[in-house]
Design a protein around this ligand. Sequence first.
Ligand code: ATP
Ligand code: LTN
Length: 332
Amino acid sequence: MEENTKKTVLSCIQPSGALTLGNYLGALKNWVAMQEEFDCTFAVADLHAITVRQDPQKFRAQIYSTCALLLALGLDPEKSTLFIQSHVKSHAELMWILSCYTQFGELSRMTQFKDKSAKHADNVNLGLFAYPTLMAADILLYKPDFVPVGADQKQHLEIARDIAIRFNNIYGDVFKVPEPYIPKVGARVMSLQEPTKKMSKSDENVNSWIAILDKPEDIMRKFKRAVTDSEARVCVGEGRDGINNLIGIYSAVTGKTADEIALEFEGKGYGDFKIAVGEAVVEELRPIRERYDTFISDKKQLEDIYKQGAERAFYTARKTASKAMKKVGFVL
Ligand code: ATP
Ligand code: LTN
């Protein structure tokens, strides 16, 4: 009974590399918290990940690893639906339909497309361009009330909303128009080496990002090397990107406010502060790493979980995809 009254949530993450502290604080930590209050569906977006080249063996390992990590973080298959995107065929199916209701112009304006096509100039493929339409299909299939994403994905969510509204205007009430759910604290974690850029697992400089599964000594080393400024005062300030970022991370992990942090480190140098941030992050991630080891070593259990998840997801997705196709005029 209670289930029916809960608001619904949908989000996905790409298995495109080692997940970072940015992914964790900006997105995943929130997913875990949300499953208490909402009826949640979460997917590993493998279809999205092949918009850039993947080595098949590494890719397969990363898909398993992402599933195990989501479970280690605390996603509970009893409470939430957890599945692999490509296992539910409706995503690719609805994407094609929606692509006929997505305009070339609106996709051309996407910041991520501009960034990624500059970065992979030798492979500016149709999938990379159409990426937001697949994301719209992911979302609209499940009629969620909220879609938690980091700030960098807001533009894509806007397109999903625009497509839904456009489709509904023609065919009636088919899709729910979802709301973004962007966490306030730790919403954007920046690179430890170039703090004006977001922390990204595809950054070639490994010292610029922390992986959730990094060893404690690597985490400490990366924080000690983090770029700051010459002011040597632990407090938030305009243009002090490095220190602002470290304060943001410390705040997201400990729950302390920026003012409390400034007070705690009054009269102390950056060296002490960096060690404190490193230690707080190590302790936050330690239990996750331990649980990950258990999940990744039991393939059978992992398989049972994602297969059951796909069955549950397909039940909802199939209904929405069929409704959309019927409205367009397909013979079903
Ligand atoms: P890539 O570096 O390959 O572009 P990514 O690290 O941005 O990938 P995604 O799979 O695109 O990872 O993002 C997964 C989720 O994590 C998204 O909701 C995104 O907004 C969030 N996220 C990614 N990086 C950060 C960051 N530095 N700070 C906060 N949230 C982030
Ligand atoms: N593009 C997203 C991943 C993603 C997603 C989604 C997020 C794919 N489909 C649907 C929310 C809802 C990203 O985080 N890079």
